[in-house]
Design a protein around this ligand. Structure first.
Ligand SMILES: CC(C)(COP(=O)(O)OP(=O)(O)OC[C@H]1O[C@@H](n2cnc3c(N)ncnc32)[C@H](O)[C@@H]1OP(=O)(O)O)[C@@H](O)C(=O)NCCC(=O)NCCS
Length: 175
């Protein structure tokens, strides 16, 4: 069963809804937030609607993505659009407060509890220092690198691949 929500000290994480469009667009149109994303910033609302529709329609057995709500406003998203690769984005107003660490700690615990996966993975632009610092804090380690993995707009970008193994002795897999 998909959980209705995950609660942390400051955040509510829940499945995406059609009404999240405006708040998510505020994140996806922001050039600072999208600097190392796999697409350029969203120039119009329809691009964000497409992302949101895909999140909502994603098969629950292969996907577990959450919008991140703080004080009733959606400030970003975190989870696996496709298991086992983790992804996340926060509005820049929410950076530097430990909110991504807080959200991802809850999401990762949920993912290992809900799915029989041995390892979570991440694919990060090597220039994305904030994301690499976040993953290091969460216990991810680098596995390998590759060049020219993403064509974003006109520019080729590289990838650092990281992984986090299921904690030892944690055999749970209840949905
Ligand atoms: C990646 C991203 C989510 C990281 O956000 P973040 O705010 O740096 O991450 P955290 O929530 O872990 O916050 C850590 C910062 O908050 C500070 N902080 C303040 N209070 C804190 C607390 N209670 N607990 C932990 N950290 C705290 C830390 O000192 C740290 O600051 P620093 O980076 O100046 O050292 C954010 O940069 C982002 O959305 N980027 C754009 C999207 C993106 O690139 N996604 C990844 C694609 S692979």
């Amino acid at each position: 069963m998909i959980p209705a929500e995950l609660l942390t000290a400051r955040l509510r994480l829940r499945p995406a809804e059609p009404g999240d469009l405006a708040d998510l667009h505020a994140v996806f149109r922001d050039a600072r937030a999208m600097r190392y994303w796999s697409t350029p910033p969203h120039a119009d609302l329809e691009q964000t609607r497409d992302v949101l529709d895909r999140m909502i329609a994603a098969p629950p057995g292969e996907s577990r993505d959450f919008v991140i709500e703080r004080q009733g406003r959606v400030i970003g998203k975190a989870g696996c659009y496709r298991l086992p690769e983790i992804g996340y984005i926060l509005h820049p107003d929410a950076w530097g407060q430990g909110l991504a660490t807080e959200a991802l700690t809850a999401v990762i615990a949920h993912l290992f509890a809900a799915f029989p996966i041995a390892t979570l993975t991440a694919d990060v632009d090597p220039r994305n220092a904030a994301s690499l610092a976040l993953l290091a804090r969460l216990g991810f380690g680098e596995t390998h690198r590759a060049r020219r993995t993403w064509l974003v707009g006109e520019a080729w970008c590289d990838s650092v691949y990281l992984a986090l193994d299921r904690p030892p002795g944690d055999g749970s897999a209840s949905r």
